[in-house]
Write a protein that binds this ligand. Structure first.
Ligand SMILES: Nc1ncnc2c1ncn2[C@@H]1O[C@H](COP(=O)(O)OP(=O)(O)OP(=O)(O)O)[C@@H](O)[C@H]1O
Length: 236
């Protein structure tokens, strides 16, 4: 069943077209990778889906309801959660408090919000940091903390922006493991990723953007052997 439908979405900044007539969909519980060279328009598309930008044209349906132009808060309440390229954790707050900031969107009782936050910390294998400041955690751990915080709003889809960038191979494996367990819970994942060896083995589908336009869509095998995609990556 289609959960997210991006239809003919364009986003212009003055004379610059960051996204042009982009169409793709994400099914319930699917892992979809959004890839493309630098400046392809991946983050702009994320920002449109998560309510940080209103698209210049097109519609974005979540469960059949058009959320294009919604505020980030309204998108979050509709079921869209996101993480950022740089994990924006609150470094002086504890890991548990970080997740509670999101849990309290749904649960106003502090004790119950704390209990929910602890469950998401455990899910991200970060319980040991519950009472430690987020600033004391490694980059990899802070990225997982940002994922735990995003999950605490109980989204239908999680948008992850480069969760694997700069990680060592064992940290990439941990990040992949978290994505697979999110999918096992029936939550869809739309992932912008430069680390192709991280995303290719786990994605059900890959959407490729180049210079704002969708140039390919298909299984990881299909897109990685597509001459148009190879040319875009090699810059020929
Ligand atoms: N707020 C903005 N105002 C003006 N131009 C912008 C804005 N955000 C992005 N752009 C431009 O839109 C284009 C697409 O940028 P975007 O960040 O979406 O690409 P990307 O595929 O995420 O790139 P990268 O892989 O380098 O993060 C770029 O030319 C960028 O300079």
């Amino acid at each position: 069943m289609k959960l997210l439908e991006v239809n003919q979405v364009s986003k212009r900044f003055g004379g610059l077209t960051a996204n042009q007539d982009v169409t793709f969909s994400v099914d319930t519980g699917q892992v979809v990778g959004l890839i493309g060279p630098n400046g392809a328009g991946k983050t702009t598309m994320f920002n449109c889906v998560a309510g940080f930008f209103a698209p210049t044209a097109g519609s974005i349906l979540l469960g059949g309801r058009n959320i294009a132009g919604f505020s980030p808060e309204a998108c979050a309440r509709a079921g869209v959660a996101r993480t950022f390229q740089i994990a924006r954790t609150f470094t002086s707050m504890t890991a548990c408090e970080n997740v509670m900031t999101a849990a309290m969107l749904l649960e106003h009782n502090v004790a119950r919000a704390r209990a929910a936050a602890m469950q998401w910390l455990a899910f991200a294998r970060l319980e040991r940091f519950a009472d430690k400041p987020a600033g004391s955690m490694t980059i990899s751990e802070q990225r997982r903390l940002a994922v735990a915080r995003a999950l605490a709003i109980q989204p239908r889809i999680l948008l992850m922006d480069e969760v694997m960038a700069g990680l060592n191979p064992s940290e990439v494996r941990e990040a992949v493991d978290v994505v697979l367990r999110i999918r096992d819970r029936g939550i869809a994942c739309l992932i912008v990723e430069h680390v192709l060896e991280g995303i290719m083995p786990i994605a059900d589908k890959i959407v490729v953007l180049d210079r704002g336009v969708k140039i390919a869509e298909g299984t990881p095998q299909e897109v990685s052997s597509d001459p148009v995609v190879i040319t875009a990556y090699l810059g020929e």
